[in-house]
Design a protein around this ligand. Structure first.
Ligand code: FAD
Length: 511
């Protein structure tokens, strides 16, 4: 999304200095990026959408290619309730998210998904590859989030583009919004740059959906702290916080976690300033729950099995950034290598470092940035020892990546200072595999305060800025420190729909 100017039923007036151009379409989208970067961060996604649902049969009608009757018998998909979704956001945000905003997101999530399926014809699919494990022949979903989109973000943006085209919505690329025009406390226009010239668009309603400041190294350093200039941008390079400044200039109130962001384990060899449009989300490296992560000093630094991957991945990028040199190694043995997702760890996707012993692996990692080999060997040895003790105390326990299996490093005989709480298996069966990861920043959490009902932007004095709406990453107050995977796209759709309705209403009433 970008910035939408709504003038329903009437032309939008565009003035280039003294010249006046009439745009026939009621809705105009202006985007800062060139056309080849269409889709913003949405293009780079896996298309994961989190929604309240009643289990497999509830969602079958909205997936484009439902599984066969026979396949359905082998799928385990628990319902995900309103309370589950609310408590996931509140729990991961340590109780700080705005509860009214969270409820607005959750309560409208399912309706928004249905709407996307029906009106935008988003080709939803079940997220077998990301959110389910094959356990004894059954596909077991975990972590609440079950919906994806065929072709991921590429399929999602293609569907949106097609829908916009069918509705005759005009899009200007290379046209950044630079300021809002106000009169008597309400929006009357938007100024954009077009061909280097300032163009004033006359309108009573503007919807801001122009992302956070994740692609601006100076703003990252300013708000997130020192070192964040080194983070790698996972998506569009055009989300540099402009629209937050534009809104602030007309008195918009800031809200949310300005020191927080969504950041993940990301290929250390990926480029720094922007995502890559072919591989997109494939630079994500989310296989750590199946193994361990160590830093350059050879030490573990997170509980890799603290929770399901989609409840930890958005905060572990920060943990990696904070390590010496800002990188880490993910390590597995042959017992789990087959469970790593092909799209992230397949041949040719990432540099893979194999070895037949832990000692040989350590030698190879020395060339990749490992500094303390003895510590690394000690870390693995202590990890394996702790697991041996745990198994002796729990002889009947079974490893199961689709549930929190409680296979940990903590027992009465041995406890690590930093546990691995689930899915802990000894690193003992060669070949061993390591992959080097860095911090990839996805989006920032600080943004604008909005009215949860209408998605209208709140002003500094506590009122609403009439005619100014906001959705997506620009909304502040939803996520603090962490984030349940798949909530961003749903949030964008929920508040985008509210904004669209409100904007249309204003324009209708003003004519
Ligand atoms: C690699 C990756 C994977 C992700 N995977 C998922 C996932 O599977 N599920 C999920 O829920 N979320 C995911 N996300 C997050 C998701 O992309 C965002 O939540 C969502 O795209 C936010 O939508 P948005 O409209 O706010 O921003 P965007 O989609 O980024 O769109 C912002 C647009 O604004 C434009 N713009 C910026 N400044 C201006 C300006 N001044 N004037 C005009 N236009 C401007 C930009 O060019 C861009 O096109 C992922 C993000 C990344 C980067």
């Amino acid at each position: 999304m970008a910035v939408s100017v709504v003038s329903l039923g009437l032309p939008v007036m565009v003035s280039i200095w003294t010249k006046l151009i009439v745009i026939r379409n009621p809705v105009l989208i202006v985007d800062k990026c060139p056309q080849e970067w269409v889709g913003g961060n949405g293009y780079f996604t896996a298309g994961a959408h989190r929604t309240v649902h009643g289990g497999l049969h509830d969602l079958l009608p909205i997936v484009k290619h439902p599984p066969t009757k026979e396949a359905i018998e082998w799928i385990d998909m628990a319902p995900y309730t309103r309370d589950d979704f609310i408590s996931d956001i509140m729990r991961l945000g340590n109780g700080r998210p705005d509860p009214v905003l969270v409820k607005a997101l959750v309560d409208n999530s399912r309706d928004a998904i249905d709407w996307l399926a029906k009106h935008v014809r988003v080709p939803f699919s079940f997220s077998f590859n990301r959110q389910a494990y094959d356990v004894d022949g059954r596909q077991k979903f975990w972590g609440g989030m079950v919906l994806s989109v065929e072709e991921g973000g590429k399929g999602l943006i293609a569907a949106h583009q097609r829908a916009l085209q069918e509705k005759g919505v005009e899009i200007w690329f290379d046209a950044p919004a630079v300021s809002l025009i106000m009169d008597s406390g309400r929006i009357v226009g938007l100024v954009v740059l077009q061909g280097g010239q300032k163009v004033a668009l006359e309108t009573r309603a503007v919807i801001l959906a122009a992302g956070g400041y994740e692609a601006s190294p100076p703003l990252r350093e300013k708000h997130l702290g020192p070192g964040w200039e080194r983070a790698k941008v996972r998506g569009t390079p055009y989300n540099t916080g402009d629209s937050i400044s534009i809104a602030k200039a007309v008195g918009a109130k800031l809200a949310g976690d300005w020191e927080g962001c969504h950041s993940t384990a990301w290929d250390a060899n990926a480029s720094a300033d922007a995502g890559e449009r072919e591989l997109t989300n494939q630079f994500t490296k989310s296989g750590y729950p199946l193994g361990i992560m160590v830093n350059a000093s050879g030490e573990r630094f997170v509980d890799e099995g603290e929770d399901y991957r989609n409840y930890t991945y958005a905060k572990f990028g920060r943990a990696i950034l904070e390590q010496p040199g800002g990188f880490a190694f993910q390590i597995w043995d042959s017992q789990v290598i087959g469970h790593l997702r092909k799209e992230e760890y397949g041949d040719g996707i990432v540099e893979k470092i194999f070895a037949d012993s832990i000692d040989e692996l350590a030698e190879k990692l020395l060339c990749k940035g490992l500094v303390d080999k003895p510590k690394f060997l000690d870390t693995v040895m202590m990890f394996n020892e702790a697991i041996r003790h745990h198994r002796e105390e729990h002889p009947g326990s079974l490893w199961d990546p689709a549930v929190k299996d409680g296979l940990s490093t903590q027992s009465s005989a041995a406890k690590l200072g930093l546990p691995k709480s689930n899915w802990a298996l000894k690193l003992e069966k060669p070949p061993f595999l390591a992959v080097k990861v860095a911090c990839g920043i996805t989006f920032t959490f600080g943004g604008l305060a909005i009215d949860p009902e209408s998605a209208m932007v709140v002003s500094d004095d506590g009122g609403l800025i009439n005619g100014l709406f906001c959705t997506g990453e620009m909304v502040g107050g939803l996520f603090y420190g962490n984030y349940p995977g798949g909530s961003g796209l749903t949030g964008g759709a929920v508040f985008g729909r509210k904004a669209g309705r409100g904007a249309a209403q204003i324009v209708i009433e003003s004519h």
